[in-house]
Design a protein around this ligand. Structure first.
Ligand code: TRP
Length: 339
């Protein structure tokens, strides 16, 4: 079965579990903005219920959810054009997740590398929620019959699992009800790496603030972090392939390309033979030009949290209008007696 008989609909989510980085912006939010106004209906979610699979301080969770909403809007998500909301306000996600807990197999979830990474050595002490996380993620997507999901490389395995759940549900009940969702993974900087270590993803949880650019950083901080970013003594090569063994250099080229809306190949062609001492100030310029308007707009929005809460409530209402009939139909298929 394919997705052809379903309304083209995009769903994606980001966890409100700390500050927003350049990685979130280039790898996710910027692409969400690009899909808005295309042939898709677009639904974007702050997945607070996913965030609490590891401990979150309640006050910080409230702040992070609002800040993420501000980040979405400041980056160009229009809350009228897209449906923008937080997961916990639409109970259908968790209701469908329970059904999917009963469809997904222990063996499938045991293979999830993100669980292994996040649980670490002490797996006995990980929350049950962290283990069941991918079934909730499948529910986030399928409660809207979403056909396309833009995500980073690291979420590919969870998307595969979402497809497996949809297929097994359809088979088990002899229906053609859930679409087999397509992952959308593309773009030069889908995976933005740490500025200190080109083999690690840029992360809000890295102990070094110099490893990342935060969406709330001012122009001086951005320029300083790029100036100090780790590189190597070689100049930029003639072709992009010349960067294959140079992860830090490649990361900076990818970031430049994504910020300037061009390709890494074009960036390498433009700067071929130049030293990183020349390239970095140019990168800093592009980064400051693109990112400071976002941080300014985020601060403006964060000054009025009540307005953010209103936007999330309205978005949740619109989300529920799509989700409620799909849950009702699911319950009927499964054999739940209801009115
Ligand atoms: N698991 C995703 C992440 O950690 C967040 C997420 C939750 C998500 N539900 C989703 C992404 C549904 C896409 C679709 O980044």
């Amino acid at each position: 079965m394919s997705t052809t008989s379903f309304t083209p609909r995009v769903f994606s989510g980001i966890q409100p579990s700390g500050g927003l980085t350049l990685g979130n912006y280039l790898g996710a939010i910027k692409r969400f903005v690009d899909m808005q106004g295309s042939d898709f209906e677009t639904i974007y979610c702050m997945v607070d219920l996913h965030a609490i699979t590891v401990w979150q301080d309640p006050e910080q969770l409230v702040h992070a959810t609002r800040e993420l909403c501000a980040g979405f809007i400041a980056s160009g998500i229009d809350p009228e054009q897209s449906i923008l909301f937080n997961q916990s306000q639409v109970a259908e996600h968790t209701q469908l997740a329970w059904i999917f807990n009963c469809v997904a197999r222990m063996g499938w979830l045991n293979r999830m590398t993100q669980f292994k990474d996040k649980a670490g050595k002490n797996r006995e002490n990980a929350s049950v929620g962290l283990f069941a996380y991918p079934a909730l993620m499948a529910a986030d997507i399928l409660i809207y019959h979403a056909t396309h999901v833009p995500v980073g490389e690291d979420q590919k395995q969870h998307l595969e699992l979402t497809r497996d759940i949809a297929i097994k549900f359809n088979n088990d009940f002899g229906v053609d009800f859930f679409p087999v969702t397509e992952p959308v993974i593309e773009g030069a900087a889908t995976r933005v790496m740490s500025l200190r270590d080109g083999s690690k993803k840029m992360s809000k949880s890295d102990p070094s603030d110099m490893s990342r650019i935060n969406l709330t950083d001012d122009a001086d901080a951005i320029a300083q972090k790029i100036r100090k970013a780790k590189t190597d003594p070689e100049p930029l090569p003639e072709t992009f392939e010349g960067l294959s063994e140079r992860p830090e250099a490649r990361n900076l080229v990818n970031i430049y390309a994504a910020l300037a809306d061009t390709t890494p190949q074009a960036v390498v062609a433009e700067f071929a033979g130049q030293q990183f001492g020349q390239f970095k100030p140019r990168l800093a310029e592009v980064a400051v030009e693109k990112l400071t308007p976002i941080s300014t707009e985020m601060s403006r929005l964060m000054a009025d949290p009540a307005e953010i809460d209103r936007i999330l409530a309205t978005g949740s209402g619109r989300a529920r209008e799509i989700a409620a009939p799909i849950l009702k139909k699911t319950y009927e298929i499964v054999g739940m007696v209801g009115a």
